[in-house]
Design a protein around this ligand. Sequence first.
Ligand code: ADP
Length: 407
Amino acid sequence: MSTVAPTSSREHAVTEFVVVLNAGSSSIKFAIHDLADAPARFRGQIEAIGVAPVLKARDSEGKVVAEHSWPADGLNHEAATRELIGTINTLLGGDRIAAVGHRVVHGGINYAAPVRVTDAVLADLDKLVPLAPLHQPHNLAPIRAIAAHAPNLPQVACFDTAFHRSQPPVVQAFGLPRSYFEQGVRRYGFHGLSYEYIASRLSEVAPGLAAGRVVVGHLGNGASLCAMHAGRSIASTMGFTAVEGLLMGTRCGSIDPGVLIYLMDSEGLDARGIEALIYRKSGLLGVSGGISSDMRTLRSSAAPEAKEAIALFVHRIVREAGSLAAAMGGIDGIVFTAGIGENDAATRLEVMRGCAWLGVVPDEGANEAGRHRISAAGSPVSVWVIPTDEERMIARHTRAVLTIGTK
Ligand code: ADP
């Protein structure tokens, strides 16, 4: 099945677009931005890559503008990228892709800012695969596919770790022998593109707070908190990998490493077994006894296990928020973002109540209504809901690195 509606005729002046790609293990999400700093013109994804791939794109009003499906064994990441670029070209009609910006999970020690992709950069990023084996190879596959098939199309890599490189060395260190730190065994932090976008939005939504000390909660399937002072990352809950910190959809978050050694001995788990346990079988899914990794499903369940999973999710956020406030020497505000943070008023209220001791006074009506500001007037710590847009941040970086369009 295949439908694509070209959106522009060949007669008008050619408009240039930045395509943003965010490639995961079985999907590639995309967003198409023009060269101004505005919300995406189109968004969509190819899902079920390697299984039964389906592509869907919507315009900014949510109308479906392209749909394709492929046979069950069709398309690896490389082929999916080529199909995607082909569909986007058709969608753009006479308009043109000026550049592609990519989300890349790991920039290691050396990439503290977005970078134009060259063969040398790609080789560097390949060396970081062992640091993020579940994500980095998928992020790099579309870059390689485009470099092979459209070598003149500029590509920019934007890193989830880069925003956190401003953290002081002591925050990045583990208590291991120091040679490991030199080798790169350190706390990197993730969700950086989301936090950077929130930092930019804070100066518009809550200018008084933007220069202050803020804990931002990116609460989605993956979840983390970031301590931000004057828009810079001071500390974060994710560390060497994206499994540290909060309880997540299927990840356990911080755990006593002694538990893992115990399970290796008692259950005979090897590295892959531990990986499956802590990344895919734990979190909300595991604690709820297999009910779901999805907050909406858990909220609508009457099972005590679902309630316990949510209680642990909230408890971990509250404890870590206190820890990040300590890292900043105080706190002026809290921001909620991503799927749960933007939509689940119950989680927000429970977290706000847990943070009462820090000076949070909720405005329950505003929270229920999902307003921007959800703390009461006069609350010593103000609390905000700000939708994130990592793709827009990547589009911004891509334009800035290539010096095209507006900043
Ligand atoms: P990802 O990390 O995959 O990008 P999202 O940011 O989309 O994830 O967040 C997904 C989570 O957000 C899921 O747990 C989902 O249940 C939750 N969520 C989305 N909408 C709502 C809602 N209206 N109420 C409660 N939870 C929601």
